[in-house]
Every structure is written in C-alpha cells, then in structure tokens.
Design a protein around this ligand. Structure first.
Ligand SMILES: *Cc1c(COP(=O)(O)O)cnc(C)c1O
Length: 374
C-alpha cells in the first residue's frame, strides 16, 4: 500500500524554469544540475525534461549518479563535479562521463588510465577562484593548465570555477571573482582554444551577476523554482518569474474536538485556550517534516492556512482547524506548495526550519513518494 503522503513534481514548471534560465544566460549553453536526485525532484525524470528543452549537459556530484543517468538511457554529456578520485576513474571511460579535475595529481591519474586503455578523454579543470573548497588557486592555475595540456590521453575541454556568494545581490565579490577567473584564463600558455568551454555561473550567477554566463551556465535551484536568496524577483525586472515545482501533500485522517485546557502532543508544549477542533495528519519527521517545524509551520486545508500545534512526532502532525466546519477525513493537506488561493513556499518552510530552500526540497523530495504531473 502506498504512503498517505507524496510529493508532486510539475514537469511544466521544470520546463518553464529551464527556459527562463536559458533566456537569462545570454546565449550561453545550459548544463542542468541534477545532483541529489535533482534536489529531491527525481534525477532521471528531470533530466529527460531538461534534455527535451535543449540542455547541453547534466551535472552530478558523484559517479554513481552519472551511471544511473546512463542506465536510464540518457546520452547527454554528464559532468561529475565531486567524486573524481582514483577509485572511480575507470567508470569515466566505461560510462562516458566527463570528469572535473581539481588538481594535477588526478589529471595525471586520468591520463595514465586513458593511455592504458588506448583512449582519449575530455576533462574540465577546476579553478578555486574564491570558493575555498576544491580546485587549484588562480596563482598556480597557469602551471596546472600547462602541465595538463602536455599529458597524453587527456584533452582540456573546459575550465570552471564556482561562486561562493552569488546569491548576495549587494556584494561586489561575484564581479571580482568573474574578473579574476577571466583574467587568469587570458594569460594561459598555450592560449585557450576558442572551443574551450568556460563556465562559472550557478543560479545566483545567472540571475544576479551580469556577464557571468560565459560559454555555459550551471543552474540548480532556479530550475526547481526557488531564488537563491529566497527573495522573488530578479535584477532584471519585468521578466517572467520562476515557478515552484514541488508540492508536498498529506491528508486529513481524523477530525476531533477537544476542550479548552487540553495539552497537545509530546511534552504538552501547546495547551488549548478554547474548545479546539484538530485535524490529524499522518506525516512527521520520518517523512522529513522535521520536529523543528513544531508550533512554527502552517499547512493549507481547503485553501486556508492553519497552524501546526504541539510537537510534530515521528508519524503524526496536528493542526488547529477550529471554525472550519466542513473539513473531513480524506481532505488534502498541503505542507509545501499551492492550494486554492493559498501558497506555502520552500523559502517559508526553510525560514521555519532555520535553513535554505535547497535543504527543504532535498529533504521532502528524497524521503517521499514522487508523483509527476503535467
Ligand atoms: C550545485 C552546483 C551548482 C548549482 O548551484 P545552484 O545554487 O543550485 O544554482 C552549480 N555548479 C556546481 C559545481 C554545483 O555543485
């Protein structure tokens, strides 16, 4: 039997957001980031939508995700941004995955593997132009590039970096990073061939940093309908907006009346101040509806916003529906997304959880049954 909760993924909204990112990218190719099971939205299904809409490539963190895409029949280039380590190198050849090399040692290991197989492999080099996480620093990058250029069996098809704070529309740091990246690339020896793909922009870069599109962009969160800083609207006003993609839906399984002064749930953190009507929802922290949401969150029932009361438990959540006489078991309860005129956004849930939309989408999406809707 299926769970009483599910996430619904709008394929139309995914396509809309992809096209909005492409428009905003100023002619650059689009690599769609589908790591973490497409931020909880289902990697294989989302990859199909993005491929149909004209994505040039897909991006994942680990090799196993790339292999899953290949097994689903995906033929687009698949870039692996994190797990390129000696133990995974053979998979790049077997499954035609594109490695991102962070330093000379891994590029050399790829070269040895390629020579051993009598093959050539295209790789991308990662510059750490300010993220402080992975990659080679700008000061050593020219040396890295020159050395990799001479290695047999590998061809430098692209060079990338990553923005640490492109979601901050007020900082100048992204513009500085863009300048550092492009200037470092201008001084390489031998010079970058014209077909070498320079890519830098995540969603924040695409939406808020003019000129960051370069040859290719790598949107993630924007494809899934959220603004990187949680605030709707873009620097370029008057354009179409991103559309939310995910709904997280439960249902009322019981409606009950309790008198004034009733302690609600574990720890009695909420005590009713009046005769209260409660709707019981079969969802809890097991489903990613975290305990941190207790007494903070609201849900939509019959288009109306109602508060969560008391502690969320492993499998049950209680909401106060006093005065809503028509609510019945079986009614839809929306924890994320729209219902009627109402809407609960991922950023709102993130605020209640003291985190960002990315985490909310991964959590709800990856713990619940998915349903794809046109
Ligand atoms: C996740 C990721 C992105 C996408 O970032 P968003 O902020 O979700 O747009 C882009 N590039 C790399 C290398 C990433 O790991």
């Amino acid at each position: 039997m299926k769970s009483l909760n599910r996430v619904q993924i709008s394929l139309k909204a995914l396509a809309h957001n992809f096209n909005l990112c492409r428009q905003q990218a100023g002619g650059a190719d689009v690599l769609a980031m589908v790591k973490a099971d497409a931020y909880g939205h289902g990697m294989v299904e989302c990859a199909r939508v993005f491929a149909d809409q004209g994505a040039k490539a897909l991006g994942v963190a680990e090799v196993r995700e790339g292999i899953a895409l290949r097994r689903s029949g995906c033929t687009l280039p698949v870039y692996v941004f994190a797990g390129v380590i000696p133990q995974t190198l053979s998979a790049f050849f077997q499954h035609r995955l594109t490695p991102v090399a962070v330093d000379l040692a891994i590029a050399e290991a790829l070269s040895r593997e390629a020579v051993k197989r009598g093959r050539e492999i295209e790789l991308h080099l990662k510059m750490d132009a300010g993220m402080g996480r992975q990659g080679t620093l700008p000061a050593s990058f020219a040396h890295f590039y020159t050395r990799v250029h001479k290695l047999p069996g590998v061809r430098i098809a692209g060079i990338m970096a990553h923005f640490p704070m492109s979601e901050d529309r007020s900082t100048n740091s992204s513009v500085e990073l863009l300048k550092l990246f492009t200037q470092t690339l201008e001084r390489l020896d031998p010079p970058l061939p014209p077909d070498c793909c320079r890519h830098l922009a995540n969603s924040g870069g695409i939406l808020y940093v003019p000129g960051a599109g370069l040859d290719m962009v790598r949107p993630g969160i924007a494809l899934y309908g959220c603004y990187p800083d949680g605030i709707p609207g873009r620097a370029a006003a008057g354009d179409r907006e991103l559309q939310p993609v995910m709904r997280f839906v439960s249902q009322v399984i019981q409606v009950r009346e309790v008198p004034r002064g009733t302690g609600i749930g574990y720890g009695h953190t909420f005590v009713t101040q009046r005769p209260t009507t409660i709707a019981v929802l079969p969802v809890g922290y097991e489903d990613g509806y975290l305990r941190a949401l207790s007494t903070k969150a609201a849900v939509l029932i019959r288009g109306q916003r109602v508060p969560v009361i008391g502690r969320i438990s492993m499998n049950l959540t209680l909401v106060d529906i006093t005065g809503m006489d028509t609510v019945m078991p079986g009614d839809e309860a929306v924890l994320l997304g729209g219902q009627g005129e109402g809407e609960i956004t991922a950023d709102e849930v993130a605020g209640w959880m003291n985190t960002i939309s990315y985490e909310v989408l991964c959590l709800f999406g990856n713990l619940n049954r998915r349903e794809f809707v046109a």
